[in-house]
Design a protein around this ligand. Structure first.
Ligand code: UD1
Length: 431
C-alpha cells in the first residue's frame, strides 16, 4: 500500500505551481457531455477524482482523447447510455453531476445514489427538488436516482440550503430547459462561476453566477468550445498553510488571489506575511504564530475544505484557538490522528478547541479523507522525527504530484510502496 514518509522540521522554500481546480473540473467534465460537438478542456488536473469521472463518462460512450497531461478533448456525439455504473459512484461522489448533465441533454439519467461519506451526512434533497421543479420525474429505484423528463421547463427555484452540488446540478439541467429559470440562494464558490462561464462558452445563457441568484434562459442546443479551468483554490490554500506551518517562504504561483482572500486574511491575522501579486501569493512566517477563531462558511467565507489544514496550523500557535465547522457534521475525525502526533485539540460538537503545542512529534497515522490527509502531511512536515501516513489514496483524489511539489520546496518526503523504499528514505534523510 502506498504511504507518505516524511522527516519533518525543514522550512519550505521556493516556488510551487498550482494546477486546475479539481471541483471545477468535475463539474465541467460532466457538463461537456451536453454538446455533440468536440470540447477541449485545458488545465485539467491529473488527479484520481477527475480520472474516475472520465472513466465513468467513457463507460457511457464519451470519447476522451488526452492531448497532453492537462489537456483533453471530449466527443459526446455517440452517447450509448444514460446509466452510470455503481462502480464509479462508489469511488467518486461527483458522478452525480451526470444527472444534471444527462437530464438536460437526453431527458433521462440513472445514477446510483451516492453512499455515505467520511465527513458526515451529505444530503441530495436540494438536487432532487431542483430537477422536479424543472419538470423531471425523479424516483429512487434499486438504489439509483432515476430522473426523466419529456421536456424540461424553466421555473423559479428557492434552494433551502446553500449547496455547491445542487447549484451545479440544477444549473446544468436548467440551461437546456425551455424558458427562464431563476435559482435563488445558490452557492457562489469559484467553481460554480467557472462552470457557468464554461456553459456560456458553449452557448448557454446563464447570468448571476457568483451572486445569490442565478438566472438562466434555456437554449435548445449547446456547441463545442475550448476552455481553461481556473486554478485550484484549495490546493493553493494548502501550500499557503504548509509554508506558514513550517515557517518557510513560498511563492504559490498560478492562483487567483481574490479566491484566496479568506485564507490570506486568517494567515495575516495570526502573524504570517502574505504578499499578493497578479497571479501569485507569497507566504512566509517566522516565530510563534498567534491564535484566532475560524468558522467555515459558504464562499466567500472560510472554506470547509481548508478547515483541517487551518486546524493543524493553529495547533502550533501560542495559546487557544477555536475552529467551528458549520458545513459538515463530522469533519474532525483527523483530530485523533493529530493527537498521536502530540496535538492538543478537544472537539465538542462542531467546534474544535485547539491548545497550541510547541511542536508535533512524528508518528504513524492514517489519512481519514482528502483534505484531512493533506493537513496531516502538513503536520508531518512540521513534526520532529518521522511521520508515516497511510491511506494516501484519499490525498491523491485531489492533489496532483503532492509529494513531488513538496519535495520541490525542500520537504524531506517521499511516497513509498514497500519497506525497501522506506529503508532507503531513512538512510537518505539521516545522511
Ligand atoms: C462541494 C465540494 C466539497 C466542499 C463542499 C462545501 C465538489 C465536488 N465538492 O461538495 O469539496 O467541501 O462543496 O464547500 O465541489 N446539503 C443538503 N442538501 C442537498 C445538498 C447539500 O442538505 O441537497 C448539505 C450538505 O449535507 C452539507 C451542505 O449542504 O451539509 C453543503 O453541501 P454542498 O455544498 O452540497 O457540498 P458538495 O457539493 O457535496
Amino acid at each position: 500500500m502506498e504511504k507518505y514518509a516524511i522527516k519533518g522540521g525543514t522550512p519550505l522554500h521556493g516556488e510551487v505551481e498550482i494546477g486546475g481546480a479539481k471541483n471545477a473540473a468535475l463539474a465541467i467534465l460532466a457538463a461537456a457531455v451536453m454538446t455533440d460537438e468536440p470540447v477541449i478542456i485545458d488545465n485539467m488536473p491529473d488527479v484520481r477524482d477527475t480520472n474516475v469521472l472520465m472513466q465513468a463518462m467513457e463507460s457511457i460512450g464519451v470519447k476522451i482523447e488526452h492531448l497532453g497531461r492537462h489537456t483533453i478533448k471530449l466527443d459526446s456525439s455517440n452517447l450509448k447510455d444514460s446509466v452510470i455504473d455503481d462502480e464509479y459512484m462508489k469511488k467518486i461522489r461527483a458522478s452525480y453531476y451526470m444527472i444534471g448533465a444527462l437530464l438536460g441533454k437526453c431527458g433521462r439519467a440513472e445514477v446510483p445514489l451516492p453512499g455515505g461519506c467520511n465527513i458526515g451526512i451529505r444530503a441530495i434533497d436540494q438536487h432532487l427538488k431542483g430537477f422536479r421543479a424543472l419538470g423531471a420525474v425523479v424516483r429512487i429505484e434499486h438504489g439509483s436516482i432515476v430522473a426523466e423528463a419529456d421536456c424540461l421547463h424553466g421555473n423559479h427555484i428557492f434552494m433551502d440550503k446553500v449547496s455547491v452540488g445542487a447549484t451545479i446540478n440544477v444549473m446544468m439541467a436548467a440551461c437546456m430547459s425551455s424558458g427562464k429559470t431563476i435559482i435563488e440562494n445558490v452557492a457562489k464558490e469559484p467553481h460554480v462561476v467557472d462552470l457557468a462561464n464554461f456553459l456560456n462558452s458553449m452557448g448557454a445563457n446563464i447570468k448571476g453566477a457568483g451572486t445569490d441568484v442565478i438566472r438562466i434562459q434555456g437554449v435548445s442546443r449547446l456547441h463545442g468550445t475550448e476552455y481553461t479551468i481556473i486554478p485550484d483554490q484549495i490546493e493553493a490554500g494548502t501550500f499557503m498553510m504548509a509554508a506558514a506551518a513550517t515557517k518557510g517562504d513560498v511563492l504559490v504561483k498560478n492562483v487567483i488571489p481574490k479566491h484566496l482572500e479568506c485564507i490570506t486574511a486568517k494567515l495575516v491575522e495570526i502573524g504570517c506575511r502574505v504578499i499578493e501579486y497578479d497571479d501569485a501569493v507569497r507566504v512566509s512566517a517566522s516565530g510563534v504564530l498567534n491564535t484566532t477563531q475560524v468558522k467555515t462558511l459558504p464562499y466567500p467565507g472560510f472554506p470547509t475544505d481548508m478547515q483541517p489544514q487551518m486546524t493543524v496550523l493553529l495547533g502550533t500557535a501560542s495559546g487557544t484557538s477555536i475552529v467551528t465547522e458549520s458545513i459538515f457534521d463530522n469533519r474532525f475525525k483527523y483530530v485523533d490522528e493529530l493527537a498521536r502526533m502530540g496535538g492538543c485539540i478537544k472537539v465538542e460538537g462542531n467546534t474544535a478547541i485547539i491548545t497550541g503545542v510547541e511542536k508535533y512529534s512524528g508518528a504513524t497515522i492514517t489519512a481519514p479523507d482528502l483534505r484531512a490527509g493533506a493537513a496531516l502531511v502538513i503536520a508531518g512536515l512540521v513534526a520532529e522525527g518521522e511521520t508515516i501516513i497511510d491511506d494516501i489514496k484519499y490525498v491523491e483524489r485531489g492533489y496532483e504530484d503532492f509529494e513531488k511539489k513538496l519535495q520541490g520546496l525542500g520537504a524531506n518526503m517521499i511516497k513509498v510502496t514497500s519497506d525497501h523504499d522506506l529503508n532507503m528514505f531513512r538512510l537518505k534523510v539521516v545522511m
